[in-house]
Design a binder for this molecule. Structure first.
Ligand SMILES: Nc1ncnc2c1ncn2[C@@H]1O[C@H](COP(=O)(O)OP(=O)(O)OP(=O)(O)O)[C@@H](O)[C@H]1O
Ligand SMILES: Nc1nc2c(c(=O)[nH]1)N=C(CO)CN2
Length: 164
């Protein structure tokens, strides 16, 4: 079993539910699947949209779990959750009903056409870092203690998150 971190996000409702419901359903799927053990989920966070800013606030959360899935099978599982939420995605970095990303897969570095791990932008996105740190305040990635990042340059200019 490998410990993985998954990032969840979304900011628009569709016929199947609100972004909060989509995230809650996705978290429930990790608890329900036989491929995951020791599942823990962060709080839900709300933040201003990062990148493309003329869109509704995002909801984000993270999941930590031990998995027996290989990396690409884990990505398939994440994408099946997006499909189950009938993912709506309007533009690059734009509105979406549900985004499910593989953030970390053990200590592995993966550079595959379909999968980059650690997830690109992980270090620069507070809506990813803060939920991950809630799950493990001592988390290290590539020799970098994530808890040190909020004081770094990359933290500047990002909106403070609200715990719901
Ligand atoms: N760590 C990762 N987690 C999830 N998807 C990844 C990862 N690394 C690469 N990908 C690839 O990224 C592709 C696009 O993902 P997605 O549609 O969520 O785009 P995005 O990064 O959210 O940006 P966009 O705004 O263009 O949608 C996926 O098809 C997947 O193969
Ligand atoms: N706050 C926040 N902003 C975003 C997010 C997100 O999940 N949270 N996802 C995006 C597209 O991947 C673009 N901007």
């Amino acid at each position: 079993m490998i410990t993985c971190y998954i990032g969840l996000g979304g900011n628009i409702a569709n016929a199947l539910g609100t972004p909060r419901q989509h995230i809650a359903n996705a978290i429930a799927a990790f608890y329900a699947s036989p491929h995951f053990a020791n599942v823990t989920a962060s709080s839900l966070y709300q933040s201003k949209a990062f990148g493309v800013t003329d869109q509704p606030d995002f909801f984000n959360a993270a999941v930590k779990a031990d998995t027996d899935l290989a990396p690409l099978a884990l990505l398939d599982f994440c994408q099946s959750l997006e499909s189950a939420a009938k993912r709506t995605r309007l533009r690059h970095w734009g509105e979406r009903s549900l985004d499910v990303d593989v953030l970390l897969y053990g200590d592995d570095t993966i550079n595959h056409a379909r999968l980059t791990v650690p997830h690109e932008g992980l270090f620069a996105r507070n809506f990813v870092l803060i939920p991950m740190l809630e799950l493990d305040p001592t988390l290290m990635v590539n020799g970098q203690k994530l808890a040190d990042l909020p004081t770094s340059q990359q933290w500047q200019g990002l909106e403070k998150l609200t715990v719901l």
